[in-house]
Design a protein around this ligand. Structure first.
Ligand SMILES: Cc1cc2nc3c(=O)[nH]c(=O)nc-3n(C[C@H](O)[C@H](O)[C@H](O)COP(=O)(O)O)c2cc1C
Length: 362
């Protein structure tokens, strides 16, 4: 009998054909002015056997296009461009959410369109450097601190973009509140020193993302709205353990009240026992669908489901070289090797040219 990981799951109003989720993966192929294109549609269509695809981080604003060649979704043209992707996936029986990613201070003005600027909760630069289109690696700039009106405007940009996502045919939207991007910049005291109601206490620092969630749910529905968080990964590491735990349990409690479709917990970087202990706590505080992601193999994924640690498991890097990851898992076929070349741009090479497994391959 097949393991439950290969059996369907009902997520809100949609039926997922299995519990293997494709994690959001920035691939930097929106080479013409951040416009989603046919090549991207081909790539996602190839991966339609995932239970759910969560398409790559996509900016809801000209201000959020901090990396080179990442897609946007804040105008009609981009919306029309994304239709190619949703159609390609739906035609093959797949389901697809779009991840909404605002880079905030993880950006450089060289990468932004003319009407974009580098913004953040406070005028504090991200440490380190970022690749730019024309000038190689550059230090992260000091972002412009959002005014109170600016915060409200940015929240509205997420909501508008979510509506466009539904118009483009996505089954829902995932708010990217992980890995140090804008909502995470609000949660973290290292990037948020505000003195208004969006800074200071845990409640205040979490207000930005919770308002986005609440307003998005009001606009497109709770079943269509998910969220990704990554406690103890990246920007949170300079916080005290107590602060991180309290912040994310508060977030989980609030999201539970909002009936959000899912929480997606992401682990990248060091495997930290405190992180995994918090995941278990979040499971207790949040009664909806939980997705886990980070360093899973088929075996550890099955174990997590068997132990009821999660409802769904997401895979990132393995979906890059294995468009047919689900079939490979199902049949015990070997996985193609991970190859970083082509992760962040290179046309179809390292993107759409990975083949499905064939018994004649070797
Ligand atoms: C090339 C690449 C791009 C990524 N882009 C995103 C992204 O846009 N949004 C996001 O939340 N995570 C992103 N991630 C993280 C993945 O979603 C995932 O969490 C990570 O790869 C760990 O899962 P894995 O061990 O199964 O690969 C990216 C990872 C890689 C390797």
């Amino acid at each position: 009998m097949s393991h439950p990981i290969f059996t369907p799951y009902t997520l809100g109003e949609i039926k997922l054909q299995n519990k293997i989720i494709m994690a959001p993966l920035t691939r930097c192929r929106a080479i013409n002015g951040n416009q989603p294109n046919a090549l991207m549609a081909t790539y996602y269509g190839q991966r339609a056997s995932a239970g759910l695809i969560i398409a790559e981080g996509t900016s809801p604003s000209p201000n959020g296009l901090g990396y080179t060649n990442i897609p946007g979704l804040y105008n009609k043209k981009q919306m029309e461009g994304w239709k190619q992707t949703t159609q390609a996936v739906h035609e093959k029986g797949g389901k697809i959410f779009l991840q909404m990613m605002h880079t905030g201070r993880i950006a450089h003005s060289d990468n932004l369109p003319e009407d974009g600027k580098v913004i953040g909760p406070s005028a504090i630069a991200q440490p380190g450097s970022i690749s730019t289109y024309e000038n190689g690696k550059q230090p992260y700039p000091v972002p412009e601190a959002l005014t109170h009106e600016g915060v409200k405007y940015t929240i509205q940009e997420y909501v508008n973009s979510a509506k466009l996502a539904i118009e483009a045919g996505f089954d829902g939207v995932e708010i990217h509140s992980a890995h140090g991007y804008l909502p995470n910049q609000f949660i973290n005291t290292a990037s948020n020193q505000r003195t208004d109601e969006y800074g200071g206490t845990i409640e205040n620092r979490c207000r930005f993302v919770l308002e986005i969630a609440q307003k998005m749910i009001a606009a497109i529905g709770a079943n269509q709205t998910g969220i990704r968080i990554s406690p103890y990964s990246y920007a949170d590491t300079n916080e005290t353990e107590e602060n991180i735990n309290q912040s994310y349990i508060y977030v989980a409690d609030q999201l539970d009240k909002l009936n959000i479709a899912y929480i997606h917990l992401s682990h990248m970087g060091e495997a930290d026992e405190r992180k995994f202990a918090l995941w278990k706590e979040i499971r207790k505080h949040y009664s909806g669908t939980l997705i886990l992601c980070g360093d899973f193999t088929l075996e550890t994924a099955k174990k997590s489901l068997d132990e009821n640690q999660a409802d769904l498991i997401a895979f990132g890097r393995d979906f890059i070289a294995n468009p047919d990851l689900v079939e490979r898992f199902q049949n015990g076929y070997p996985l193609a090797e991970r190859n970083r070349e082509g992760w962040y741009g290179n046309g179809g090479e390292g993107y759409t040219n990975y083949s499905r497994y064939s018994l004649n391959m070797n």
